[in-house]
Design a protein around this ligand. Structure first.
Ligand code: M6R
Length: 602
């Protein structure tokens, strides 16, 4: 949440910062700001709303070679100009951008800033004033910056400009992501590699509690003990074009369409041409020791975990629990004797998930992060990592990461099950089955006009909607409902189909849309019965059924896939229904209100 980008030593500083901010808008888009500086001449422009608004404010402002920018997801204080970053200290000497939450900002204000009237309500404004305070006490800038950091409790990624020496950027990181990008005769900093990928593919990681002085040609990293740290750069594998929409109107539509390619990619990444697993053996040997697997995630990742539970239990015979990270961190269940933790997180930066991982590490327990972002915090801090290989996912509504998470758990379950000599795992040919899934996904993706029409028919004017299913379909119904509500603002709930009659059916009235999911032979008749029950009470029921379980009049029939893999194809129409519902209501599909892609606050 919140995106930071900065550059030092490049006359195109404004353009570089604005391009970076556009790429970081997925992290928050309540307000945006930029500070440009050179030889003590500087300008700060901030605006509520999107980076596009900020761009209008800086037309004609050129020639600066140092810059920092910020795109905000409000935590402290409403999205208005005064609360937007960069924050300039009252003396006019220091400008700062911050991502994270300073928990003790009120105490710092009382201790150091009794004589300062702050412009806004943010925790971030407090810390730039604390730097200024120490500087006025006679400390040089690095010492003032360090003194401020010693006082701060919470999470931060920071970039600071000192107007009196604007050939340097002062950077620090703790629990919020920050990365250095190396250019030729200039250097960069950003919340992620995508923000800098148009300028460089050479990056240097920053570890928690490190401070950095960055100039056009040097990078000096200090650890917590004030020792200099030498760290090599790495080459990023992402391509600038991966982060573009191309001819697509929205990132979400592009990312939905990419799912067949992701499935094929995963086959190549995790299976040999003979079908043997390429998952590192140390992951399997750690997991085989466990008597219970705990899957942890939030939102869509938690939903993928619910699907993964059924797959892993079936393929490995190991019991699996799925937990919401935001609950588990402060309400740890009684753990089994040999627990194994799987963290599902597209971004690898989600604060709720990370706080569970911190506790798991304190307990000395083994863990695996399944993430899309190599080198992300949860990847670095878990024992092992498996990557989603889905390519950058930019739309706030997660699509390809969800199906990729499910497929990776399937590949993991098969590898582990085979090692445990489980017949069901040995018989599952995932090259074959995932290839079929990829083909079916393509067929479904070709039916966009059907989803467009059905969305108009069922969801055009409604205020609410229900998704119902049993077993894996129930897990997918939760995801379908989340997708719909987050981007169309239609109040939507996913329900176990059999559970409606125990209370929720009271909400069904004339015209209430109910989307019934049917992919399981054993429960299909029961779910059909539940659909008839809601129709009898006036509901308009849209039925999505797997071929073979379909009936005349069903709205969507999914071509047949293996029974364990049905969520991978059931997800596609649900993603499109949410997409078209958002589009028909003329909403911002990729950047829904109040949300951000990477949720780095608890
Ligand atoms: O990066 P993560 O997978 O940890 O993110 C978890 C959730 O914030 C995320 O899945 C969220 O629910 C999506 N916006 C759903 O589309």
């Amino acid at each position: 949440m919140c995106g930071i980008v900065g550059v030092v030593g490049n006359k195109r500083a404004k353009e570089i910062v604005l391009t970076g901010l556009h790429k970081l808008e997925y992290r928050g888009y309540d307000s945006a700001g930029i500070m440009l500086s050179e030889n003590a001449e500087f300008t700060v422009k901030k605006t509520p709303g999107r980076v596009a608004e900020l761009e209008k404010e800086v037309v004609g402002i050129d020639g600066f070679s140092t810059g920092i920018g910020h795109t905000r997801w409000a935590t402290h204080g409403e999205p208005k100009e005064e609360n937007a970053h960069p924050h300039l200290s009252k003396s006019g000497r220091f400008g700062l951008v911050h991502n994270g939450v300073i928990e003790n900002f009120s105490e710092l204000k009382e201790k150091y800033l009794t004589d300062v009237t702050l412009a806004g309500e943010t925790d971030s404004e407090v810390i730039v004033e604390v730097v200024d305070y120490f500087s006025r006490k006679g400390l040089d800038t690095m010492s003032a910056f360090t003194s401020m950091l010693k006082e701060v409790k919470g999470s931060y990624a920071l970039a600071l400009i000192d107007i009196e020496d604007d050939s340097r950027l002062f950077l620090a990181k703790h629990k919020s992501p920050l990365l250095i990008g190396l250019g030729e005769d200039f250097n960069l900093v950003g919340s992620d590699a995508m923000a800098m990928i148009n300028e460089t593919n050479q990056f240097v990681e920053i570890m928690d509690k490190e401070r950095i002085v960055l100039t056009a040609n040097t990078m000096t990293i200090y650890n917590e003990n004030n020792e200099e740290v030498v760290r090599d750069a790495y080459t990023a594998e992402i391509d600038a074009s991966d982060t573009e929409k191309g001819l697509y109107p929205h990132y979400m539509s592009k990312e939905i369409d990419e799912q067949p390619a992701v499935m094929r990619n995963l086959i190549q990444e995790y299976l040999t041409t003979e079908g043997a697993s390429k998952i590192p053996t140390n992951i399997i040997s750690d997991m085989i020791e466990s008597d219970r697997i705990y899957i942890v995630g939030c939102g869509t990742s938690w939903h993928a975990g619910l699907v993964g539970k059924k797959m892993l239990e079936e393929l490995t015979g190991i019991p699996v629990e799925v937990h919401l990270a935001s609950e588990m961190g402060y309400d740890m269940p009684l753990l089994s004797k040999n627990p194994y933790f799987i963290f599902l997180t597209q971004s690898g930066e989600t604060a709720d998930s990370r706080q569970v991982l911190v506790k798991v590490n304190e307990l000395g327990l083994p863990s695996l992060t399944i993430t899309n972002v190599k080198g992300s915090t949860l990847s670095r801090e878990a024992t092992h990592t498996l990557l989603l290989h889905a390519g950058p996912e930019i739309a706030v509504a997660s699509t390809k990461a969800y199906t990729s998470q499910i497929a990776v758990m399937l590949l993991l379950g098969k590898a582990l099950g085979e090692e445990k000599n489980r017949k069901v795992a040995k018989e599952l040919d995932l090259i074959h089955e995932l290839s079929i899934v990829a083909g079916v996904m393509e067929t479904l993706i070709d039916d966009k006009d059907v989803y467009d029409r059905l969305t108009r028919e069922y969801l055009e004017t409604t205020r609410n909607a229900f998704y119902i299913g049993r077993g894996l379909d129930y897990a997918v119904s939760l995801e379908g409902a989340l997708k719909l509500k987050e981007i169309s603002y239609i109040q939507a709930e996913g329900f176990a189909a059999g559970e409606l009659k125990h209370g929720t059916i009271a909400l069904i009235e004339e015209g209430t849309p109910v989307i019934g999911l049917i992919s399981n032979e054993v429960t299909s008749a029961h779910t059909r019965g539940n659909i008839i029950e809601v129709e009898s009470r006036g509901a308009k029921a849209m039925v999505i059924a797997l071929e073979g379980l379909d009936k005349p009049g069903d709205d969507i029939v999914l071509p047949h896939v293996h029974s364990l893999l049905t969520p991978l194809v059931m997800a596609i129409p649900l993603q499109f229904i949410a997409y078209y519902a958002s589009l028909h209501r003329d909403l911002d599909v990729d950047k829904p209100r109040n949300l951000a892609k990477s949720v780095t606050v608890e």
